[in-house]
Design a protein around this ligand. Structure first.
Ligand code: DC
Length: 224
């Protein structure tokens, strides 16, 4: 069987990487996995069991008991779960427990799709270092905090924007400085700064950046 085509989309919190990953997947007819949801589901499982997200034993138990059917649930989108996700994600044994699932998804994308798009923090560096195309998505922190504020408001959650900015900066700092699989731009990833771009403009830019490699890889697959 020929190798699946992979787009790795890494980046900071609320940079727009998830929306871009989803739209890229829809455009190419690829499967999509938001790897952040795996860490959020792990965090939710720990919190629901009354455990401590910073405790390796509790966190690994959480990773082993995640309920993938809750991946679309709003319960995992709260900031409390986001912070706890960042804590469980710093534990090597948790990352190890989630590794096979992520690599399996990329090797055999569901639905027999020829490719997959995965977004997260370490997709281009650790999960799929030989991905066909890699993007690193970022935006100025104040803009990301504002987008997050709007998103939460849309869910009926009122938050102070300054508080959100502080949380976002703290989470980025933790994700970038952890010793295991830190958030870092892969040397061969292309930087996409979405600060001054609408979602449509950011998608057009992302598509222009990945298309040559993806179209080439799809042609190679057909030639087979
Ligand atoms: O993308 P997100 O905000 O849903 O991610 C939640 C947390 O999960 C994030 O703070 C860091 C962690 N994460 C990770 O360490 N590696 C990934 N591939 C995805 C997310």
């Amino acid at each position: 069987m020929s190798k699946s085509v992979v787009i790795a989309v890494d980046g900071t919190a609320a940079s727009g990487k998830g929306t871009l990953a989803k739209r890229l997947a829809a455009h190419f007819g690829f499967a999509h996995l938001d790897s952040g949801a795996l860490y959020r589901l792990t965090a939710l499982a720990v919190l629901q069991a009354g455990g401590d997200p910073a405790d390796p034993a509790d966190a690994v138990r959480g990773a082993q008991t995640i309920d993938l059917s809750l991946a679309g649930d709003l319960a995992i989108r709260t900031d409390k779960v986001g912070q706890a996700a960042s804590q469980v994600a710093a534990i090597g044994a948790v990352r190890q427990a989630l590794l096979d699932f992520q690599r399996g998804f990329l090797a055999s994308p569901p639905g027999g799709s020829p490719g997959a798009v995965m977004d997260g923090r370490d997709i281009g560096t650790v999960i799929s270092p030989d991905a066909t195309a890699k993007l690193y998505v970022d935006a100025r922190p104040e803009l990301r905090a504002h987008r997050r504020w709007l998103e939460l408001k849309g869910m009926g959650i009122e938050r102070d924007e300054q508080g959100l900015l502080a949380e976002l900066n703290a989470r980025d700092a933790a994700d970038k400085s952890r010793p295991i699989s830190p958030l870092v731009q892969a040397p061969d990833a292309v930087l996409l700064d979405t600060s001054d771009l609408s979602i449509d403009a950011a998608f057009a830019a992302a598509l222009a950046l990945v298309s040559p490699r993806i179209e080439g890889a799809l042609k190679d697959r057909h030639r087979g």
